[in-house]
Design a protein around this ligand. Structure first.
Ligand SMILES: C[S@@+](CC[C@H](N)C(=O)[O-])C[C@H]1O[C@@H](n2cnc3c(N)ncnc32)[C@H](O)[C@@H]1O
Length: 250
């Protein structure tokens, strides 16, 4: 991958910020700027910057954790699908798709993200990972888009580091879930806080309703998703399950 010339400086913070409030200073081609860690569009537009911040410095391990859990469950399943047709939802610059393809045989891999910068970065940095990459908003899916996605006959959904905050909302996640065929595999991670009773994102409520009735969880574990800028561990839950039926959100 081609990387750009830049320098990043982490602020000296006294207390931990919410993930979507975290920021760094970037010294790059366009001078010095303050950059929020959730400003993905700007981050993806600098080759290698996403990898440097989240993977090298903040030690994110989520594509590997979720991918490994999915691969292990597939090994154990007697009726595992012969080939995986994967929808990588919230695909970003392609790190999850790439990691998954190294672990399991995928006959198709389709990426979806809501911002075009993610798609451009995936084609720029990982041109061999996706068969197709769509910039789509699954919160406002029209009939044509739904049919386009259904034509792929997806039997696997992966969503890594993309649920909650101002990222993928519950309705869009349920729409992605409903595009996957019955019996398909679903592998995702979510901040542990969003699974607790006091959660305000709606994920606790919807996942609580989906577990057992729509999604049979086959493995679930709490792990360190990455470090915060203050060096604290940020815990997520990785979940792998099998789809039983479509979910409905009211
Ligand atoms: C932290 S990045 C994770 C990217 C990739 N899954 C990974 O683990 O490297 C979150 C991604 O979710 C995308 N995203 C946020 N809201 C979304 C939505 N409503 N629909 C699809 N993608 C969304 C962002 O644009 C961003 O690329």
């Amino acid at each position: 991958m081609k990387t750009a010339e830049y320098e990043i400086t982490f602020p000296k913070l006294r207390k931990m910020l919410e993930q979507n409030e975290e920021w760094i200073i970037l010294d790059g081609e366009n001078g010095r700027t303050k950059l929020k860690l959730h400003d993905y569009g700007r981050i993806y537009s600098v080759p290698g910057l996403y990898e440097e911040i989240f993977y090298n410095r903040l030690k994110c391990d989520s594509p590997n954790v979720v991918g490994t859990m999915l691969a292990e469950e597939l090994e154990k399943m007697k009726d595992a699908p012969a080939e995986l047709r994967v929808l990588d939802f919230g695909a970003g610059n392609g790190m999850v798709g790439e990691c998954l393809k190294e672990k399991v045989e995928c006959s198709s891999m389709v990426g979806i993200d809501i911002i075009p910068e993610a798609m451009h970065a995936a084609w720029r940095d990982r041109p061999d990972v996706y068969d197709v990459y769509y910039v789509m908003d699954l919160n406002n899916l029209n009939k044509k888009e739904e049919e386009t996605l259904k034509d792929w006959d997806f039997n696997t959904l992966v969503t890594v580091a993309a649920l909650g905050f101002e990222d993928i909302p519950t309705f869009a996640f349920v729409n992605a879930f409903n595009i996957i065929e019955k019996g398909g595999l679903v592998a995702f991670n979510i901040k542990t806080k969003f699974l607790m009773d006091e959660d305000k994102t709606g994920f606790h409520e919807i996942l609580d309703r989906m577990f057992d009735s729509c999604l049979k969880v086959v493995n679930s574990k709490k792990y360190c998703h990455r470090y915060s800028l203050t060096g604290d561990k940020i815990y997520y839950q990785a979940i792998v399950g099998r789809k039983l039926k479509d979910a409905h959100i009211s």
